[in-house]
Design a protein. Structure first.
Length: 324
């Protein structure tokens, strides 16, 4: 390559993508071009030798770790994503989301109804997902998606963006994830539109969910959890949440005012969905993921290698409940 300016630009973009962990959409926004342009430039970087990708021996150890976890946890499938030596939580999260975007297409093939929850990991997943043509596919939010902060990670927005990537359509759940009061929740869920969407969401063929640590969560950062809510969660010994539904170390839902104000499918509803895919990163979510497994909420998991190692250690030390 003789053009120094072009080479410099390819190196710059490749470094942002492969080293700094930015998504193609984030790079496009930063530089002021479209996402397809970034995709083409990354391919050009590989074609011209600016970027060389090696499959390292550690891949073998990842496959072995996956197989051990599948056996120990009695899971349909576990995907372990290499951290590649990084300890940056945000970069690892993006790597897990990128891997999920690569595996999901084969899992959703021939399905018509897809459910999606909310959160930063799923936001990155949707951003990384390739464009497809599933005109008969419809995406449903699994929990309310109205709010003033971080709109891009809410379930309604993710359902809409994901449906565009799939080439399908979506529904919207016009309600907050957590109502201000039980009385308000009752009024909202009694409305025909919201009741109908919730009923349809319970009948999705595949659900994509994140797992939260209630004490270090996006909900807390965004101010959705007040001090009283945190106190209730501690009193109820909550260790995690899925779609804003909190559960204890055995995977049982917490019976408190906060959980009773959530507008979305119940944790019990997840067990009736044919395939539930959990996408999660970070060892700080170990207790939450373990409890979710005890609750039998997942069929497939996509996790980073550090979390996978900790899960396997725990699985070897504690026998997990039989999965149905």
């Amino acid at each position: 390559m003789d053009n120094w300016t072009e080479k410099r630009e390819l190196v710059r973009i490749a470094k942002m993508y492969y080293v700094n962990g930015l998504t193609q959409a984030e790079i496009a926004k930063k530089i002021g071009v479209s996402r397809p342009v970034i995709s083409k430039m990354l391919q050009r970087a590989k074609d011209t030798g600016v970027v060389e990708i090696y499959i390292r021996d550690e891949t073998v150890s990842m496959v072995e770790l996956e197989q051990e976890l599948e056996a120990a946890l009695k899971m349909d499938e576990v995907i372990v994503v290499p951290a590649q030596g990084s300890t940056n939580e945000e970069i690892i999260k993006q790597q897990v989301a990128k891997a999920a975007a690569q595996y999901l297409p084969k899992w959703i093939r021939n399905k018509r109804r897809i459910g999606i929850s909310w959160g930063t990991t799923l936001y990155h997943l949707v951003n990384e997902y390739p464009f497809e043509r599933h005109h008969k596919m419809k995406v449903y939010p699994l929990v309310g998606g109205i709010g003033r902060h971080r709109i891009e990670i809410h379930s309604n927005q993710l359902a809409y963006e994901f449906s565009k990537k799939l080439g399908g359509t979506c529904e919207f759940l016009y309600a907050p994830a957590i109502a201000d009061s039980i009385e308000l929740k009752k009024q909202l869920v009694d409305s025909p539109d919201i009741r109908s969407i919730q009923e349809e969401a319970r009948r999705v063929e595949l659900a994509i969910v994140g797992i939260g640590n209630p004490y270090e969560s996006t909900m807390a950062e965004m101010g959705y959890l007040k001090e009283e809510d945190i106190r209730q969660l501690r009193d109820g010994e909550a260790v995690g949440d899925i779609s804003s539904r909190f559960f204890d170390k055995t995977g049982e839902p917490i019976d408190n005012n906060l959980n009773n104000r959530v507008i979305g499918i119940e944790l019990a509803d997840l067990k009736n969905i044919p395939t539930v895919v959990g996408v999660v990163s970070g060892t700080k979510k170990l207790a939450a993921v373990w409890a979710g497994l005890q609750g039998n909420y997942f069929d497939k998991l996509i996790i980073d290698e550090y979390l996978a190692e900790r899960l396997l250690e725990k699985a070897k030390g504690v026998s997990i409940s039989e999965r149905g």
